[in-house]
Write a protein that binds this ligand. Sequence first.
Ligand code: HAM
Length: 435
Amino acid sequence: MKIPAVKGTRDFYPPQMAVRNFIIDGWKKTSLRNGFEEYDGPIFEHLKMYQIKSGDEIASQLFSFTDRGGREMAIRPEITPTLARMVNQQINALPRPIKWFSVPRLCRAERPQKGRLREFFQWNIDIIDVEDVLADAEVIFTAIDYLRSTGLTAEDIVVRISSRRMLAALLKSAGVAADQLDGVYAVLDKKAKLPDDTFEAMLKERLADNAVRRRVGEVMSASTIEAIQKTTHLDADGAAAVGELRRVFDLLQLMGVGDFITFDIGVVRGLAYYTGIVFEVYDRASSLRAICGGGRYDNLLRDFGGPAITATGFGMGDAVLEILLREKGLLTDAMLTTRTVDYFIATVADEFRDQAIELAFQIRRAGACAEFSYKSASLKKQLKQAQTLDARLTVIIGEEFRDNRLIVKNMATGDQQSMPVEEFMKALPEQRQGA
Ligand code: HAM
């Protein structure tokens, strides 16, 4: 019986694993360079964890199960609730502010499509307990910092930034009641992904009043922050939110990444817990789903039973990113290493096989990678195998081994050199893999 792979999951054969490692290595380096420490949590949590504050969309995409003790569990669709739980648990012991990153494997029962899978990796960066929007600018910078390091430029990608706090003020002034806000955000978040009439119908379900809907339409058509300030009378909270938003733009300018950012009132975010600055990264052509999304969430720690401490951060998935990097020619096979074979040990005749095995394992004990042929084969075949393995050097053991000499062949240039075994062994530690 053949059992197929599950739809929306990926098998990571060595070449795909090399891509995954390449992406994750870049994420980790960027995190450390920007001052974040790594953490992780379990891959499943109590189901309730994702039903409290993440919103209906995520809750409807959970892979959940009942354990043998009858407890309801879910595989993590995001790590932010786990982060809130972990921080709450040690809130008095952890030095603050907290700057943490993680690269969890997540599962969402979405309809698999280009860039959206049922299992994926997601880079998370979060700063906890910094009220200043400098922290929001810093996380946005960190996302751009990584994307730039891959070779993507401001012509390839754009960070669209808005503010839930400002939007809340605008929607309230348009006549949306406070208890309708979450539902309206969820619909507005989908606008770009839906046909116009479907969007209208969904909005009508949330907002029955035609005049309110028309005013919401006007709010959402604002293309600049200035236009909002000119045309709308904002209350104190709304005005403060606009001030924050302007400061984020100024800070990102100061950080040297002004080319990458733009204001977009249409960025609302699908998750329910955002309360302040929100942002998403897209390819400029807007042909792909979001590469990254995040923002400020003021109430999540409190909602999970902790103190009212503010936080801001983002998640960046590997799937859309990989598609974009490939499209832009920034992910070439040459950049992807599956393994580096430093030495291939070949013999001119079977009588030297024991010496070859001994040498190969001596090299490994010294910390380098040595491979050899498992079967007896002609030297020609062994050299072919060395080439297939992309070995840097082939060591040939033959008659001169009786005089403690061996031949080292550089596989790239074809040059070969006879040298005493002792000299070869002395040089080994300097050639340690990764040294
Ligand atoms: P999110 O917008 O749900 O936010 O996901 C962030 C990113 O994860 C997306 O932009 C996308 O790159 C990737 N992603 C999401 N779903 C899928 C999927 N089904 N397949 C492939 N990639 C996907 C969050 O998860 C928030 N917890 C992020 C956050 C951290 N906010 C603050 N801190």
